[in-house]
Ligand binder design. Structure first.
Ligand SMILES: *[C@@H]1O[C@H](CO)[C@@H](O)[C@H](O)[C@H]1NC(C)=O
Ligand SMILES: *[C@@H]1O[C@H](CO)[C@@H](O)[C@H](O)[C@H]1NC(C)=O
Ligand SMILES: *[C@@H]1O[C@H](CO)[C@@H](O)[C@H](O)[C@H]1NC(C)=O
Ligand SMILES: *[C@@H]1O[C@H](CO)[C@@H](O)[C@H](O)[C@H]1NC(C)=O
Ligand SMILES: *[C@@H]1O[C@H](CO)[C@@H](O)[C@H](O)[C@H]1NC(C)=O
Ligand SMILES: *[C@@H]1O[C@H](CO)[C@@H](O)[C@H](O)[C@H]1NC(C)=O
Length: 164
């Protein structure tokens, strides 16, 4: 019977070998962000819904080759509808890293009832109503912070949902 530490070493070696060929880059370069100027009304409902929704999105992204997900919690007041998309060449780990950064960033909107964050590698958005088909409405398109996107082509592609 193998010693436990021997097994541990083998597992580590296998993990290293498996991961080594891929270049990891979650592309967490902030391109744009925005918060709704309107706060949620029932904060306990709102943060419960927000947390559940982010958990749901993360579970979906964790599940193999998923790079796009929507989730909602709309049973109480202050519903939350959310959408995430990673570039489809990101590994699951990179996609999750980008998503986690986006969640941290978007939580800076505090009680804002809608918000979005766009990184090179992923975008995350939530609203208090269904917006999944509203990609052309104001506030939801090519808005750069003072036109300072360092990578306009990638930014446009991400915003338009045509990014790889
Ligand atoms: C929204 O809430 C934040 C903190 O939770 C507060 O600073 C801000 O003034 C509120 N905004 C409005 C429009 O009530
Ligand atoms: C928020 O909603 C919950 C039920 O979903 C309710 O129990 C609670 O009293 C509400 N809080 C406020 C401040 O309205
Ligand atoms: C939601 O998640 C944040 C961050 O993990 C946590 O600080 C907060 O207490 C949670 N809120 C609720 C209502 O679950
Ligand atoms: C979050 O907001 C605060 C105050 O608006 C700001 O000082 C801080 O830099 C922000 N953090 C991030 C990660 O944007
Ligand atoms: C946009 O950038 C220019 C130069 O960098 C600066 O002078 C101007 O105040 C900025 N405008 C806004 C709205 O941030
Ligand atoms: C990005 O989209 C904006 C708005 O449609 C356009 O003005 C700009 O030229 C585009 N930039 C690139 C690099 O495609």
């Amino acid at each position: 019977m193998m010693k436990w530490w021997c097994l541990t070493v083998m597992v580590v070696v296998v993990v290293v070998l498996k991961v080594e060929p891929a270049v990891s880059d979650p592309q967490i370069n902030l391109i744009n962000k925005g918060c709704s100027q309107y706060n949620a009304t029932n904060l306990s409902d709102f943060f419960n819904n927000l947390n559940e929704t982010f958990l749901d999105l993360r579970n979906q992204l964790s599940n193999g080759n998923t790079h796009f997900a929507t989730a909602q919690q709309a049973m109480t007041s202050d519903p939350v509808y959310a959408m995430v998309q990673c570039r489809n060449y990101l590994s699951t780990a990179d996609c999750l890293a980008c998503f986690d950064a986006a969640v941290t960033q978007i939580r800076n909107c505090s009680a804002g009832n809608g918000a979005r964050v766009i990184y090179d590698g992923c975008f995350l958005r939530y609203e208090s109503n269904v917006f999944y088909d509203q990609t052309t409405l104001p506030g939801n398109s090519h808005i750069c912070d003072n036109g300072t996107s360092s990578q306009p082509t990638a930014f446009n592609a991400t915003v338009q949902g045509t990014a790889g």
